[in-house]
Design a protein around this ligand. Structure first.
Ligand code: SOE
Length: 372
């Protein structure tokens, strides 16, 4: 594993938990080595998370003969080099989102890693919320009919304070973009997973505070965009780090000819369901709350009796379990896991939103294949 901060902790927790909660696990993870530049911190992380050793140089991790899966939980600027090197050394790879800092970098990652013939997954963990998987199953089964709307937003507040210093997430060289790639990429991935491919976008970005202690900010603090989906649906999406009062608010709603679904990450065990066609009459119409913890709900087999709710950290358990199963059985990571192609496609949508902001015009989204 490269990176021991927030995401490293979430992934390490998942590897440890899945090895006894999902029974029998597809593979039993052995936490071989963890990498990071600050020796004291990475050595502490190795002890705390249960890794056998640590490395301050990622080349050591990528070349380690004991490593079979390389988990890149590091900042965006070190996604490409180490992940490609590990894949070319024959290791399966999982990389945090956004995959690369730009669509070009993401494409290069997909191309090189696919050519290495290893399994690859972009860590869009919200695909692995049970309510999100249930929504996907319902949409695939036609329960919503024709989809008209996707409405999604991801709101945080941590940049409202002008004294908050410039960190790596505010530096384009290290992060690629701001709220767009960090939060918007999740919304875009969910839009693609639930509704389908995005054909064109219109959008704008904003930077409210361009100068902070430690330097200037050259990424967006917020963005808004409209999406035209291939299949005809209309999307409206938004993300911000300036949404005062909102901590980690990821919400989406989908409206179709036969019904609607709505989700809120801060109530992640619930799916709001309105199947208008099956309601008894207009006066009784409305959304009802389905608690997605029943024995026949997605991922329930790993956990507790009905009603014993899950948390944010469990999305990573499901996600990494899925990847280990693909490795063990040589099955595809997609369509439920996001592959590097999915990571690349989300990046094309992000780049198109930036282009639309610059041009003031609707921008088409074109996707490259591996052959060109
Ligand atoms: C920080 O904004 C962050 O950790 C994102 O990087 C994650 O992808 C999101 O899940 C939570 O917020």
């Amino acid at each position: 594993m490269l990176g021991y901060g927030f995401m490293g902790k979430a992934h390490a927790h998942a590897y440890r938990t899945l090895s006894y909660m999902t029974w029998p696990p597809p593979l039993v993870p052995r936490l071989v080595s963890i990498g990071g530049r600050a020796e004291e911190a990475v050595s502490d992380a190795a002890t705390r998370y249960g890794f056998e050793r640590y490395a301050v140089d990622w080349h050591e991790l990528a070349a380690d003969p004991d490593v079979q899966l390389f988990d890149n939980s590091g900042p965006n600027g070190i996604h490409a080099g180490p992940t490609i090197a590990a894949a070319e050394a024959g290791k399966h790879v999982v990389c945090e989102k956004p995959l690369g800092r730009t669509a070009d970098e993401s494409y290069e990652m997909w191309r090189r890693v696919a050519a290495a013939g290893v399994k690859h997954m972009t860590a869009f963990n919200y695909r692995f919320v049970p309510a999100v998987r249930l929504a996907r199953e319902m949409i695939e089964a036609g329960d919503l009919g024709d989809i008209f709307h996707f409405r999604g937003r991801y709101l945080q507040q941590w940049l409202v304070d002008p004294a908050f210093p410039r960190a790596w997430r505010l530096d384009r060289e290290q992060s690629g973009s701001g709220a767009l790639g960090d939060l918007g990429a999740h919304v875009i991935d969910l839009a693609r997973y639930l509704v389908g491919e995005v054909a064109s976008v219109f959008g704008e970005t904003r930077t409210f505070i361009p100068d902070r202690p430690g330097g200037s900010v050259d990424v967006d603090d917020a963005f808004g965009a409209t999406l035209q989906f291939d299949a005809g649906a209309f999307g409206v999406i938004e993300a911000s780090r300036f949404a005062t009062g909102r901590k980690n608010s990821l919400t989406w709603e989908i409206n179709g000819s036969k019904g609607s679904l709505a989700f809120d990450l801060e109530r992640l065990n619930e799916l709001q369901v309105n199947l208008s066609g099956s309601e008894p009459g207009r006066r009784a119409q409305g959304f009802r709350t389905v608690l997605v913890t029943a024995p026949d709900h997605p991922f329930a087999e790993h956990w507790w009796p009905d009603g014993h709710v899950l948390g944010w950290e469990h999305t990573f358990v499901h996600e990494l379990h899925h990847l280990l199963a693909a490795m063990a059985d040589d099955t595809d990571v997609g369509p439920h896991g996001a592959t590097f192609e999915d990571g690349y496609r989300a990046a094309e949508v992000c780049d198109a939103i930036i282009r639309a902001g610059e041009s003031g015009q609707r921008e088409g989204v074109t996707y490259r294949s591996l052959t060109g």
